[in-house]
Design a protein around this ligand. Sequence first.
Ligand code: FE
Length: 353
Amino acid sequence: MIRPPRRLPTLLSRSIAALVLAGVSTLAAAQERVLNLYSARHYQTDEALYANFTKKTGVRINRIEAGDEALLERLRNEGRNSPADVILLVDAARLWKAQIEGLFQPIRSQVLESRIPAHLRAPMGDKGSEWFSFSTRARIIVYNKATIRPEQVQTYEDLAKPALKGQVCTRSGTHPYMLSLIGAVSEHLGEAAAEQWARGVVGNFARSPRGGDTDQIKAVASGECGVALTNTYYLVRMMRSTKPEDREIVSRIGVVTPNQSTWGTHVNVSGGAVARNAPHPDVARQFLEYLASDDAQIYLADGNNEWPVVPSVRVRNEALDALGKFRTDTLPIGSIGRSQITAAKIIDRAGWK
Ligand code: FE
C-alpha cells in the first residue's frame, strides 16, 4: 500500500485557497463601485458630502472639478467616450444649455420626484427629469444707505426708472446670472417690455458692467454706485466675515428682496444630472438621490450659504436667516433656463454688454 505523501493535502488546500483568493480579488476589482463626478462646485463642506456617500454606499468618487464652462468644454470634447457619470453645475442658464447640447440623460426617480418640488426640476414628460436643482440662491438688490432710499429700489423694474440715473451697477449682461434674471423678467413682462426695461437699466448705469457680484457690493458700499444686484450667497459670505473691511462694507449697504408685491424675488439654483453616456448610470442615480437626502442637503446649503431645495430640511445660518422670509418667484426653473435665448437678444439690442 502506498501512502500518499502527507504534505499533499496541505499543498492542495493552500493552492486552492490561493486560487479562491485571487478569484475574489479579481471579482472585487471588477465590482468596485465607482462614480465619476464632474463638478463646478468646490466648497470645503463638499469633502464631507462626498466622504459620507462613500461611507454609506462603498462607492468611490473620482472627482473632476473645474469652472462650469471648462467642464462643459471637456464633456463636449470627450463625446461618447466621456467617463462622466454625474455633472453638477450652477445656474439654470448653464444647466439648460448643457441639456440642449445633449450632455444629460433624463431619469425617473421616485425619491427625487417626491423630495424636490416640481418647479425645481427640468421635466421630460414620461422620461422623468433631465436635471434637478439641489440648492437655491436669490438675486437681490443692494443699495447705498447714504444715497438711496429703500422705497426707490423695491423691484427689478425700479432699476430702469429715471430717478436712478447714473446709479446702477451690474456685472456683464452676458453672464449666466444676468441672463437668467433678464430671462425671468421677460417671462413675466413679455419680451417687448423686458427690452424696454433693459434699455432703462443700461441708461442708468453708473459705469460699464464689470466684475463679479462681490465687486458690485463693494462698489455700492464705496458710493461708486447707488444700487446693484447680487446673488445672496456673496452677500451672506460678507455678512459672516470677521474682516474689518467686510464689516465696514456691510454696514454701509441696505438689502431688498425685490418684487414682494408682484411676482417675487428671482431665484436660481445649483443642480445636477446624469451624464448622457454615463458608464455607471445606476450609481449616478443613487448619487443624485443621496444629494436630496437630509444630510446632503444641509452640506450643500451650508457649503455656499444657500437654501436647501427639500422643503422639510432646515439649515442654521444666522446671516442667511437675517434676510428674512420672502416671496420667491415660482417660475419653473426649466423655463428660466430656456428664456436665456430671449435674454441674449434683449441684452444685445439694449447694449447691456
Ligand atoms: Fe457664483
